[in-house]
Design a protein around this ligand. Sequence first.
Ligand code: NDP
Ligand code: 2IT
Length: 447
Amino acid sequence: MSVQQQVDSLIAQVLRRNPAEPEFHQAVREVLGSIGPVLAKRPELAEAKIIERLCEPERQVIFRVPWEDDRGEVHINRGFRVEFNSALGPYKGGLRFHPSVLLGTVKFLGFEQVFKNALTGLPIGGAKGGSDFDPKGRSDREVMRFCQSFMTELYRHVGEHTDVPAGDIGVGGRELGYLFGQYKRITNRYESGVLTGKGLAYGGARVRTEATGYGCAFFVEEMLCARGESFDSKRVVVSGSGNVSIYTIEKVHQLGGRVVACSDSSGYVVDEKGIDLDLLRQIKEVERGRIGDYVAARPDATLHSEGSVYDVPCDVAMPSATHNEIGRAEATTLVRNGCIAVGEGANMPTTPEGVEVFLQAGIAYGPGKAANSGGVSTSALEMQQNASRDSWSFEYSEQRLREIMTNVHERCRATAEEFGMPGNYVAGANIAGFTRVADAVLELGLI
Ligand code: NDP
Ligand code: 2IT
């Protein structure tokens, strides 16, 4: 069988064994689509069934999460934790609370996380979890009751040496606080290392909150620099207006770019003077409001509820909301409007058709598993600080993050070049991540 036939047959097997999980299929196709050259060089990987092992989670936990709202009505949600691979370290990855969450969503994110975490070079395995709970419009007390119920089951499966969750969509500082409080209460252990993204008051690490957005900006800066460019005076469009978006905007502004648009699920705003970050943070972090509130306070800005944020002409696009937000049409518009770089703060925000448009156009395209790896990397730094009961300064933590992003960029760049695809960060990230985790799996024997 040729390598291509081997890959096709492996993909067909994943599709057959995991029906009705389109995002998981997409993520598997994306990684397997890049690793043919490695399989050709190293037949021992296929012999040891490394791909089959990487496509099968080590453990999948699904549980009922009952809770009561402020009016006394009972709700039943579903909780997930997919522990994908622990060859490189304890399972590590975020929790997503969003009504769209299904098992296939969590599997795609967990699969992606394995290779992302491997790419960072840090000692962390891959996992993801979450629930179809919708925190939007819920009171703090409702969110607390939900988190307590969620942790009442999850606590059995996590631990500083076992599985270390963090935040993702719908899970930020507030939720992690409630989750940690309940874990501590049930286990009677002050085990800081069981979660990352914690508040600074109870064992959190400086820069973790900012890390994904900052790291993505650093990664894009590296890609621009490799082409003799910089953020200086660049027009930037960021999708979303949550944790990743806010700190992407902050760092892009510090690096000399101007973010002219951002969004949420209700629409997007354009502010030619540059997004006012203090205002955005007040609306999103403090008031938990909608993007339209921004325009009410900034008369020069405009609100758009039709079309896409990618209709706004820009030099750099940084998708930071959710998966599959950029299809062929959005990618084509971006390229046509002169976009030269895309850095993915979100996980899998671009469809395969969109990726093809970017690669064909030859723009600098940084896929999520490379560009957004600053978040989980800083989580690993939080684990390191917790294990040594230490707490680093903001400056030192940011410097570590910057070094990590430079290294991730260099690993992707050099790997793409080694395999004859210079400038292709998709191939570079997938091959480098895959090789590191595959080598570890091989050495651990048949487990
Ligand atoms: P938040 O919950 O803080 O923000 C999410 C943002 O994306 C909101 O503006 C939200 O709008 C928007 N959004 C979410 N789902 C949809 C949807 N289905 N359609 C349109 N807009 C949507 O999440 P984060 O900022 O933490 O996460 C954003 C992305 O970054 C995700 O893809 C996540 O997986 C990825 N990521 C996060 C990391 C982290 O450390 N937090 C690390 C690496 C990647 P609305 O409020 O209207 O729903
Ligand atoms: O997708 C991701 O990398 C995250 N949501 C962060 C995971 C983590 O463990 O910090």
